[in-house]
Design a protein around this ligand. Sequence first.
Ligand code: UDP
Length: 336
Amino acid sequence: MSKTVLVTGGAGFIGSHTVVELLERNYKVIIVDNFSNSKESVIDRIKQITYKDFLLYKLNMLDKVAFSKVFIENKIDSVIHFAGLKAVGESVEKPLLYYRNNIDMTLNLIELMEEFEINNLVFSSSATVYGVDNKPPFREDMSLSATSPYGATKLMIERMLNDIQNAYPEFNIALLRYFNPVGAHKSGIIGEDPEGIPNNLMPYIAQVGSGVRQRLSVFGGDYETDDGTGVRDYIHVMDLAIGHILALEKLQNEKIGCRAYNLGAGKGFSVLEVIKSYEKALGKEISYEIVERRSGDIAKMFADVSKAKEELGFETKKTLDNMCQDVVKWQNFTKR
Ligand code: UDP
């Protein structure tokens, strides 16, 4: 019998790509999303890609009574928890919103999982929990800290989940620390679609490439890196989606307690390297200028991925060029 996975935030960027991968592998999927930072059109597109159906509950997880219906009406085996606010800058301006939203919805989820005896949880964490003091490559056992309210919510949830799993050993939890997820599904019909001015590099480059924005500002050209621009560990969103399936399978086959895994490619690329690769995929130049550093940024971030490789069998398959090619396809699709 196929297993049923509840996917919170399943209409979002990483959520929707993971749902595609789950459906392709014959999991039954239930999406809970309030579409606060995603579009409802993604639901039909997932069906278009997979020719598979799934359940959708449009609700706010802060409303526990509404959320509990999902558990009453379905027999759920495992949960992948993506839902949450994720803009670093906005979290500095609206910390109350971020703490209330991200922490409370997770507490509601865990209480319901406990009540309905659902033990397996994959949590969407972030490499931001490594803070600014560690030197790359980042390892799971390094000290953790937060540099924004957004990062603090990820860190607090990781700690909460550790404590909860200690007290209730039946819980089985994988904390997945994402590096820089980019790219799109190879069909080009789902991808990253931020509201307003993009905060992140790849969607910004994509909008310059498609003529929505004029020029990319490269934040800092004097970092201690080979070309002076910031280095990050970019991971194709479909490789990341597969990482979630591997983590889920691990939980289904073994009691691991509460364990963190880095999901990245294990190597870094500079801003200028990303621009070059995108230009190659697009066949056109990307206009940019080097400006001041962005406050809070560090020079280099990349993962040590040996733990995910050894314990989950995780390995990325897609190159930076693949990531850019798929984003170009997605841009062409959204332009139609
Ligand atoms: N970056 C940039 N211009 C932008 C957005 C980002 O030069 O408009 C740089 C940023 O300084 C960093 C890299 O691109 O070195 C990745 O930034 P992003 O915000 O995508 O990810 P994060 O900094 O959270 O890892």
